[in-house]
Write a protein that binds this ligand. Structure first.
Ligand SMILES: C[S@@+](CC[C@H](N)C(=O)[O-])C[C@H]1O[C@@H](n2cnc3c(N)ncnc32)[C@H](O)[C@@H]1O
Length: 428
């Protein structure tokens, strides 16, 4: 049952994300109740749902309320949105949701607003959703982002946005150095965890219901990692020769670094580079999986701080991006990105690719990856690289489940995978 404390904590998280620009994880760290695992998961469920569906309910409230909620009372809007989310998406009794939400107004310092909160939730129960809600508003996305995704994917945008509003599956990657996927599936079954082999990745396992990693047999000892299916494609695209020197230029937290090491024992070395405050997560993952890489804490642009001058045979650039392919995993992306961010990401991606090209050996391979579904961040930086470097030859990877683009391949976000882009460029 959602108590007033639970509803108030969820509202604080939603408010922190939507009004104060904090990330969902950071806001949750501040407001999740500490010693109550059940209450924590209730708050999480409601807060994540409130952030996910915020644009839809915000639109509905602006149509319903005679006067907009004052800026300094905006936390009440977050509270009401958390209440509406529970009524529409959770199986709690209506009376419990209503009374928990109404009482939470006092905990948030606004006891006088209890009448308003009560009236809005009761009207929702009585009248259903506003008839004027059009399809686009119902998809709960900021308008600029919806338009951009619709322009980029005119045939797929509805499916993409529908998936963005779903809860993501928990997908595992089985480490073949430790166990086969079939054996791990058997192990899960023996432990009463329902799971199936994933079609896209030969190492992927999709759990029917997400669990705590602590409950996963072999997680601590490196038998499995948590990684989305489309993110598991790196070893199918990289082709390092025997004795290759490899660079993972944006490596943290090490998902793709460790995957490369699990598959390419023939590498002479793998350098995993990331900014200083991100490197600890790479070390932790390497240590859990008992794998070895040279972890370098540096800015990839500052060559004199980290590069010894010897070129690499394989460079993986999993570049910082808008994250438009992983909105279902990070529902706060829709609140934090702005339209002009996309051009900035694109520019940075071009700079990174062009800069790293100079470190690639002749006949070396550059693999470019993003978790974006936008051309500006995908084909465009790759095309820019090829235009500037006559020795850059596009290779067209072909993988089942991916759409071919002009310069690479795109996995669109679907029920079983996130949206990722891959391109491979060979140096003549
Ligand atoms: C998409 S994430 C990488 C995810 C990682 N490849 C994985 O699979 O686990 C992008 C990374 O780029 C790093 N990054 C951003 N700017 C950088 C720079 N100038 N030099 C090095 N790393 C950078 C970020 O810190 C972030 O960890």
């Amino acid at each position: 049952m959602p108590t007033a404390e639970v509803c108030a904590a969820a509202a604080r998280i939603v408010h922190d994300v939507t009004e104060n620009g904090r990330s969902l994880e950071a806001a949750a760290t501040s407001h999740l109740p500490e010693d109550h695992p059940n209450r924590r998961s209730e708050v999480r469920e409601i807060a994540w749902g409130g952030v996910r569906w915020w644009f839809r309910y915000h639109r509905m409230l602006s149509e319903k309320l005679h006067r907009p909620i004052r800026r300094r009372d905006r936390i009440l809007e977050s509270l009401i949105i958390c209440g509406l989310y529970q009524l529409d998406h959770l199986k709690e009794p209506d009376y419990a949701v209503t009374s928990g939400t109404v009482d939470a107004a006092s905990l948030l310092g606004a006891p006088k607003a209890k009448g308003l909160v009560n009236a809005v939730l009761r009207a929702r129960l009585r009248d259903g959703e506003a008839r004027t809600m059009n399809e686009e508003a119902a998809l709960a996305m900021p308008e600029w982002l919806l338009n951009l995704i619709r322009d980029t994917w005119p045939d797929d945008w509805r499916d993409i946005l529908t998936v963005a509003n779903c809860k993501p599956p928990m997908t595992l990657r089985v480490n073949p150095l430790k166990m086969s996927r079939d054996d791990y599936l058997q192990l899960l079954q023996d432990h009463g965890i329902a799971a199936s082999a994933c079609d896209l990745s030969p190492w992927g396992v999709i759990l029917e219901t997400p669990v705590n990693v602590g409950e996963l047999h072999g997680f601590e000892t490196g038998t499995v990692s948590v990684q989305d299916a489309a993110a598991q494609m790196t070893p199918l695209i990289c082709e390092p020769p025997e004795g290759a020197r490899a660079l993972d230029a944006c490596a943290a937290p090490g998902g793709k670094t460790t995957h490369l090491l699990e598959h390419f024992p023939q590498l002479a070395s793998l350098t995993a580079l990331d900014l200083p405050d991100r490197c600890e997560t790479i070390r932790e993952n390497l240590s859990r999986l008992a794998l070895t890489a040279k972890v370098l804490a540096a800015d990839l642009f500052q060559l004199d701080t980290w590069w010894d001058g010897t070129p690499f045979d394989l460079i993986l650039l999993d570049a910082p991006c808008s994250g438009t392919g992983v909105i279902r995993r990070h529902p706060d992306i829709r609140h934090h990105r702005r339209a002009d961010d996309i051009a900035r990401y694109s520019e940075r991606q071009k700079q990174m690719l062009n800069h790293l090209w100079e470190l690639l050996a002749p006949n070396g391979q550059m693999v470019y990856v993003t978790c974006s579904i936008l051309t500006q961040e995908n084909d465009r930086p790759v095309r820019d690289l090829c235009a500037k470097h006559p020795d850059a030859q596009l290779q067209k990877p072909q993988l089942a489940g991916a759409i071919k683009t002009d310069c690479g391949i795109q996995f669109l976000p679907g029920t079983a995978q996130d949206g990722l882009y891959y391109a491979s460029i060979r140096k003549a």
